[in-house]
Design a protein around this ligand. Structure first.
Ligand code: NAP
Length: 284
């Protein structure tokens, strides 16, 4: 049996149409981004974010700071954009140059504008089962499962990876959707014992083809978050041969990647909507 390939590009196109309509209905939404330094990959990601905003009618403010920006200068820009009432969503592109304190920069963001869902308040709300702004990648995976009618409640889910940006929020979202969730990481012993039991398997590791076909349960939904760039091209964390075993599988590229881009726009609109809501309905 060959897996149904989950078409992230197609779902992302639908999501972007929804975002365009919602942004217009709100009468305009603005996303601001802060990029420090010269990392070419980061510049590319930021270019794409602004291009995506433009395509759906979200205004954007693109702040690029020198590589030798001090912590205080960075925090000053964060404060300025926090206080700017025309800005709905705000993100600091990671990684920051090594001399800057990433945790302090994230903690300085207004949680109501934190479209990457990285502020401790937003991560805490997710832990409490009251998600507000959740990272675009795990949110995108949930949307893909939903679009393809993959049942989550009562299913066994295994997430490989425990980063604050993908693995942990992913596991919490699956838990909130009533899956029974296990989290694997670099210290996990005999990972295949867990993965071969998983109805839903999410790989967010950063090791090309770590998940071999024999680690996948027949009929499982396999979500490959990995993006491993090598001289030979872009590879996921899952061996494409797993599609012979799985019931559903995301390709790389064309799976989770486009959804991540689209869900950032969803978060910008969600932040804009919440900021316009009456004060009484906000709150933590
Ligand atoms: P990360 O911060 O490096 O975290 C990787 C996680 O994988 C860690 O929890 C690590 O365990 C675990 N791990 C490493 N080697 C392992 C192994 N051999 N067996 C089991 N677990 C192992 O990476 P990330 O930011 O979460 O990203 C993960 C991957 O997703 C990367 O390829 C990244 O490029 C990709 N990504 C894609 C998108 C997208 O839009 N498609 C978005 C974000 C990230 P420890 O905690 O024990 O170190």
């Amino acid at each position: 049996v060959s897996a149904t390939l989950i078409d992230g590009t197609a779902v992302a196109a639908t999501v972007k149409e929804e975002v365009a309509a919602a942004a217009a209905e709100l009468g305009g939404v603005k996303l601001a981004t802060i990029l420090v330094g010269d990392d070419p990959a980061s510049h590319l990601y930021i270019d794409l974010k602004h291009r995506d905003c433009h395509a759906v009618g979200i205004e954007s403010d693109d702040r690029r700071l020198r590589a030798d920006t001090t912590q205080e200068e960075l925090l000053e820009v964060v404060r300025e954009l926090n206080e700017d009432d025309t800005v709905d969503g705000l993100l600091v592109q990671l990684p920051l140059p090594a001399h800057l304190d990433e945790a302090a920069a994230i903690a300085a963001l207004d949680p109501a504008k934190d479209v990457d869902g990285l502020h401790p308040v937003n991560q805490g709300l997710l832990l409490l089962g009251r998600p507000r702004l959740v990272g675009a990648t795990p949110a995108g995976v949930m949307r893909l499962l939903d679009e393809y009618r993959v049942q989550v409640a009562g299913k066994r889910a295994v997430v490989i990876g425990r980063s604050r940006i993908v693995g942990k929020p992913m596991a919490l979202l699956l838990l909130q959707a009533n899956a029974t969730v296990s989290i694997c990481h670099s210290q996990t012993v005999d990972m295949a014992r867990l993965t071969t039991d998983a109805d839903i398997l999410v790989a967010a590791v950063g090791v090309a083809h770590l998940v071999s076909p024999d680690m996948v349960k027949a009929g499982a939904a396999v979500i490959d978050v990995g993006m491993n760039r090598t001289e030979d091209g872009l590879f996921g964390d899952v061996d494409p041969g797993a599609a012979e075993v799985a019931g559903f599988m995301t390709p790389v590229p064309g799976g989770v990647g486009p959804m991540t881009r689209a869900m950032l726009l969803v978060n910008a609109v969600a932040a804009g909507r919440a900021r316009r809501a009456p004060l009484a309905s906000r709150g933590h």
